[in-house]
Design a protein around this ligand. Structure first.
Ligand code: SF4
Ligand code: SF4
Length: 465
């Protein structure tokens, strides 16, 4: 490609020659991919807004209370003690993102990321509804501030802030829980100044992102977007322009045999650029700004259909697929990565499902030794730490499971409050005839309200001689 044709490499599609922001007015998308995207987006939006209001086992379905370090996933509470699961989840997350991107490119950005879904499926659609398609929007922005413009702009920005407020409330519900949020909303703002300030800040941030920052979040701020350069390779699936078929781009002429006159299939209509929410020209090859929204595929397919040319000049394919004009096929590598992903997900799900509601640690009390009691008895002192991850209080009793002997809890009975930790001390007394010299393995049953909830094995020290 001639040097002057590669000018796009030296500049950003959203920045003017003088360094100012170039506002993007993408054309209203339509087509098969867009219809599918709408369905995916609406399902995800319902899930996002609905999830904080659903409970499981009396607990929110999802809660990420960073302040109290309490996390609830599918009705199960996770504490900092569940660090192992968090660590595995983090590793799985990183590997998932890496492998998913290597195989499927940036499809997450265009189809699942909340930023894109809110921007393209909520805010942009409100904008189209109030201000019309891209041409009308450009015209309105150039027009003087008459009553019509003031009305449309005020209405749009007002709705934008209202939606941002709704999003802020939803995100806060994921942090403090829907019930607590409802309580805050039901009392005078002066009684919950902290909550009010948080909601206002959240709302302003969302409003700023969707009304002004827009595609800049994806093209310059999002770290995931920046990683594409190192994660993608020639086999990754991308939204790609088939330059082999398309180049020799030239305007369409009716009844002309394009092959015969040496023209490629690209009719240079610029529709793929017009619909692009990040303002790029996909014909210049894969670019970091492409969020794989597939709008250009729809736009190009529409033109191909209208002109009677083959569809999929722009399509989801790999660089290799485009270069060699072979359709995408699952390679061994793709299958392998996908299997690894599934296995990781299964492993993590297994860890979450099989995670216990209680945790108990029993150790011999520091600085204590075994003691003779009466003529035949021997005693050891123990520390017990219990963690209750459920929403129920328990009175805890301890019993020796296989051995003969007696357990006496020091001071009061151990009461294990819901979602809390309790510590206690107890003494085990055994008959010397029932134990051997030195270390004896014993099993202690931990009962909550009379029901066995945990078993722990520890050591009882018998006489040394
Ligand atoms: S190039 Fe196509 S897929 Fe990429 S962001 Fe633009 S319209 Fe979306
Ligand atoms: S929409 Fe298709 S035909 Fe039109 S300019 Fe883009 S690639 Fe070429």
């Amino acid at each position: 490609m001639a040097e002057d044709e590669e000018g796009y490499r030296d500049s950003l599609a959203t920045i003017n020659a003088d360094g100012g922001r170039k506002w993007i007015y993408p054309k209203k998308p339509k087509g098969a991919f867009f219809t599918k995207r709408k369905i995916v987006s609406y399902v995800l939006l319902v899930l996002l807004f609905g999830t904080p209001h659903f409970t499981l086992n009396g607990l929110p379905l999802l809660l990420f209370n960073i302040v109290e370090r309490k996390f609830i996933i599918f009705g199960k509470i996770f504490w900092p003690q569940d660090f192992f699961i968090f660590a595995v989840a983090m590793i799985t997350g990183v590997i998932f993102i890496t492998l998913f991107t290597i195989v499927f490119g940036r499809i997450f950005c265009g189809w699942v990321c909340p930023q894109t879904i809110f921007m393209e499926m909520v805010f942009r659609r409100i904008e189209y509804l109030i201000e019309g398609d891209y041409k009308q929007q450009q015209k309105l922005n150039k027009a003087p501030w008459d009553a019509n413009k003031i009305f449309k702009k005020t209405l749009k920005q007002g709705i934008f802030f209202g939606v941002s407020f709704l999003i802020a409330n939803t995100f806060l519900a994921y942090i403090i829980g829907a019930e607590q949020l409802w309580e805050i909303q039901m009392v005078a703002p002066s009684e919950h100044l902290e909550g009010l300030i948080s909601i206002t800040i959240f709302s302003l941030v969302f409003y700023g992102v969707f009304a002004f920052m827009r595609e800049q979040v994806c093209t310059t701020i999002c770290p995931y977007g920046r990683l594409q350069g190192v994660l993608l390779d020639s086999k990754s699936i991308i939204v790609g322009y088939d330059y082999v078929r398309g180049e020799g781009r030239a305007k369409f002429r009716k009844n002309e045999d394009r092959k015969e006159v040496g023209k490629g299939d690209c009719i240079d209509c610029n529709q793929c650029v017009d619909v692009c929410p990040t303002g790029i020209d996909i014909r210049n090859g894969t670019q970091l700004e492409c969020v794989n929204c597939t709008a250009c595929i729809d736009a190009c397919n529409f033109m191909m259909e209208k002109t009677g040319l083959e569809p999929d000049l722009i399509r989801l394919d790999s660089e290799e697929g485009i270069k060699n004009s072979v359709p995408f096929a699952w390679s061994k590598r793709t299958v392998f990565y996908s299997v690894v992903l599934v296995l990781l997900m299964v492993f993590l799900s297994g860890l979450i499902i099989t995670r216990k509601d209680f945790d108990a640690t029993i150790t011999r009390a520091n600085g204590t030794i075994q003691k003779s009691v009466g003529v035949n008895g021997m005693s050891n002192i123990y520390d017990v730490t219990l963690i209750n991850k459920t929403t129920k209080d328990f009175v805890v009793t301890l019993k020796l499971l296989e051995e003969k002997g007696r357990i006496d809890v020091v001071k009061n009975e151990i009461v294990l409050k819901e979602q809390s930790e309790a510590k206690g001390k107890f003494v085990i007394t055994m008959d010397k005839g029932d134990i051997k010299h030195g270390k004896n393995k014993i099993t202690i049953g931990i009962y909550g309200d009379g029901e066995l909830i945990e078993k722990r094995t520890t050591v009882f020290m018998g006489p040394l001689l």
